[in-house]
Design a protein around this ligand. Structure first.
Ligand SMILES: NC(=O)C1=CN([C@@H]2O[C@H](COP(=O)(O)OP(=O)(O)OC[C@H]3O[C@@H](n4cnc5c(N)ncnc54)[C@H](O)[C@@H]3O)[C@@H](O)[C@H]2O)C=CC1
Ligand SMILES: CC(C)CCC[C@@H](C)[C@H]1CC[C@H]2C3=C(CC[C@]12C)[C@@]1(C)CCC(=O)C[C@@H]1CC3
Length: 345
């Protein structure tokens, strides 16, 4: 008679493990003695103790192979937030997440930890110390946010103590750190093109930026505290650095740290937002003829000109979360990790 091998509680799969957050998570899991599979459409590195499975998460058969004998799945794959390919977001974040849940059932996985985003409640207007019980954005500001909302709902609704399948969603905000392909590279590129001279609004808006190691810590705590009798089942948790900072001070610190000038001149928020909307509309109309992507998309302007910071009291209470790396230390480590992006390099 065939015996089913009981999955070890320290055996996990990271879907999206070749990405920025995914790779940091994999490295930390290995350090903590986990056996790790990575499932991703691309293999970006090799690491002892890690088995790679290359495939699309919409392909259930390929996915099940990577989930065999695994008890925990971390799902942190997504198309890049800056993309405006609505069909891709629908396919990967919604249809693909349904496939992930089915594959978990078929492989006998016990816990699914989703990387969601605090932006699921962001509609482009101020959020101050937002708690997890804020309603989902009714008018999400882009396809990314719209599909992250549906994805989170799918995962949390799949939580079933009866079926022995437990789920939780982690909502980080503004992840940064070494190897991030977005925040620092986009900032430097904008500065090199001479477009980082202006502050949008009065510059007093507070925002959360979260060091990648703290986000990883939140994911692992969630996985280890997720039990049938714990409050985590089917819940969402903000994970931030818990040190809201002025958006433009944070950007300036990184720019100055890399040898660029900080932005100095103020522009009214409504004016810049209006121009960004107009440019976005023109780029839509002209798309069949020419393709161009304005640097200041309405999404970026909203993120740069409003307050949006979140309470992580629930994560502190339910899983003992505390950020491991304070913001100033995180900025220093991040700046040091990008020698090739220094001014003049
Ligand atoms: N970067 C940020 O500031 C924030 C990110 N998040 C979430 O964190 C997660 C990770 O983000 P990052 O590491 O920044 O992104 P990333 O782009 O570096 O990593 C995403 C990974 O997913 C993989 N992937 C994409 N489509 C796939 C598919 N169809 N099948 C298999 N793998 C696929 C990519 O190849 C990539 O390795 C995402 O879910 C994102 O929504 C949430 C809040 C903030
Ligand atoms: C050109 C400048 C005005 C801004 C440059 C920095 C931006 C690229 C980043 C500032 C805030 C970041 C952010 C995200 C992506 C990178 C920024 C826009 C997310 C949209 C990534 C995905 C999420 O889930 C939410 C993030 C909010 C903050």
């Amino acid at each position: 008679m065939a015996t089913r091998i009981r999955p070890s509680s320290k055996r996990c799969t990271v879907i999206g493990g070749s990405g920025f957050l995914g790779r940091h998570l994999v490295e930390r899991l290995v350090d903590r003695g986990y056996t790790v599979n990575v499932f991703d459409i691309r293999q970006a590195y090799e690491l002892p103790g890690v088995t790679f499975y290359q495939g699309d998460l919409c392909d259930k058969l390929a996915l099940v192979m990577a989930l065999k004998e695994v008890s925990i799945v971390f799902h942190c794959a997504s198309p890049a937030p800056g993309s405006d390919d609505g069909a891709l977001f629908q396919r990967v974040n919604i249809d693909g997440t349904r496939t992930v849940i089915q594959a978990c059932h078929e492989a006998g996985v016990q816990k699914l930890i989703l990387t969601s985003s605090a932006s699921v409640v962001f509609e482009g207007t101020d959020i101050k110390n937002g708690k997890e019980d804020l309603p989902y954005a009714k008018k999400p500001i882009d396809y990314y946010t719209e599909t992250k909302i549906k994805q989170e709902k799918l995962v949390l609704e799949a939580c079933s103590k009866e079926k022995g399948f437990l789920t939780v969603a982690i909502r980080p905000h503004g992840i940064f750190g070494p190897r991030d392909p977005q925040l620092v590279p986009i900032l430097v590129d904008t500065a090199r093109r001479g477009k980082m001279k202006f502050i949008i609004g009065d510059g007093s808006n507070l925002v959360d930026f979260t060091y990648v190691e703290n986000v990883v810590h939140g994911h692992i705590l969630a996985a280890e505290h997720l039990k049938a009798d714990s409050p985590l089942c089917g819940q969402a948790y903000h994970i931030t650095n818990d040190e809201p900072v002025r958006f433009w001070d944070f950007m300036s610190q990184i720019l100055v740290g890399l040898g660029y000038s900080a932005p100095r001149y103020h522009l009214p928020y409504a004016l810049v937002y209006g121009i960004a909307l107009l440019l976005w509309f023109i780029s839509l109309i002209l798309r069949p003829l020419i393709q161009f992507k304005p640097t200041f998309s309405p999404m970026r302007v909203a993120l740069a000109g409003t307050h949006h910071y979140y309470s992580c009291a629930r994560a502190k209470q339910d899983m003992g979360y505390r950020p491991l790396v304070p913001l100033q230390e995180a900025v220093v480590r991040t700046v040091e990790s990008y020698p090739h992006l220094r001014n003049g390099e």
